[in-house]
Ligand binder design. Structure first.
Ligand code: NAD
Length: 262
């Protein structure tokens, strides 16, 4: 990854931070972006620097806003050509369809799906010109199967899986084996230990401990009964960036302890 620049959305926390640290350890320059208070942002940038990207920098943007995405891509591109784009920023809200606030639908679709359309339309042409590019979209098992109470989340993640396949096809012939080509893939995690799933752990504690909540959550759907760690998703994302992965495109890779094998 030496000499490559990566833009990782949602890298101030959770899976995005795990991916940013893994890419940094492999030698990439990393553009960190996401929301959070100044302490959280500083801690994320230092963690990415410590992992091996001393030049790592924070670029602010609320990715629900297409104009903010255009501005973000512009400033990051002025810093380094974007060779790796990780669309990871995402949000969740659980409620039955009839009680889902319409504003949550709009926000979740804007962030989890439309933001990836905008970053990809801006970044993919440059990748094709250079003959190398990697787009990694962090979807979810909920891009492959549904669960109750997650209408906008599931709709956005199924959309992201479909969008990624279209982009993979449109750029499949860019570059060469030697240059590494341009690939677009989704990673589809089951439960990963991050702040995003804390409300769902809390909802299953039933008066017990956090561990009881975790056990209840995993036993519903994830047969391994183990959560994935953000750095484990980071290791897969980093492998997808290797030149040898030039022919792995348009895929949706589950990391779900067997959830979608059932
Ligand atoms: P997280 O809450 O720890 O991190 C989310 C990141 O997105 C943060 O950096 C946050 O600042 C950023 N973000 C939120 N709203 C934003 C906005 N409007 N503009 C810009 N950035 C914004 O969550 P996570 O669990 O690390 O989730 C990362 C991705 O992984 C999401 O797309 C999520 O759907 C997906 N995912 C998570 C799990 C899981 O179990 N944790 C499972 C499957 C998929």
């Amino acid at each position: 990854m030496r000499g490559r620049t990566a833009l990782v959305t949602g890298s101030t926390s959770g899976i995005g931070l795990g991916i940013a640290r893994s890419l940094a350890a492999a030698g990439a320059r990393v553009a960190v972006t996401g929301l959070g208070d100044s302490g959280e942002i500083e801690a994320a940038v230092s963690a990415v620097r410590d992992a091996g990207a001393p030049e790592a920098r924070y670029f602010p943007a609320d990715l629900r806003d297409p104009a903010a995405i255009t501005a973000l891509v512009g400033v990051v591109r002025a810093w380094g050509s974007i060779d790796v784009l990780v669309n990871n920023a995402g949000m969740q809200h659980a409620a039955p369809l009839e009680r889902m606030p319409p504003g949550k639908w709009d926000d979740i679709l804007a962030l989890n799906l439309s933001a990836a359309f905008h970053t990809m339309r801006l970044v993919l042409p440059g990748m094709a010109e250079r003959g190398f590019g990697r787009v990694i979209n962090v979807a979810s098992v909920h891009g492959l199967v549904a669960s109750v109470d997650k209408a906008p989340y599931v709709a956005s993640k199924f959309g992201l899986v479909g969008l990624s396949k279209v982009a993979a096809l449109e750029y499949a012939s860019a570059g060469s084996r030697e240059s590494g080509g341009v690939t677009v893939n989704c990673i589809c995690p089951g439960w990963v230990e991050t702040p995003l799933i804390e409300p769902q752990i809390e909802a299953r504690r039933d008066g017990g401990s956090r561990d009881d909540g975790v056990r209840a959550l995993l036993s519903e759907k994830q047969p391994s009964l183990r959560m994935t760690l953000p750095e484990e998703i980071g290791a897969l994302a980093t492998w997808l960036c290797r030149r040898e992965a030039h022919n792995l495109t348009g895929a949706s890779l589950p990391v779900d302890g067997g959830w979608t094998a059932q």
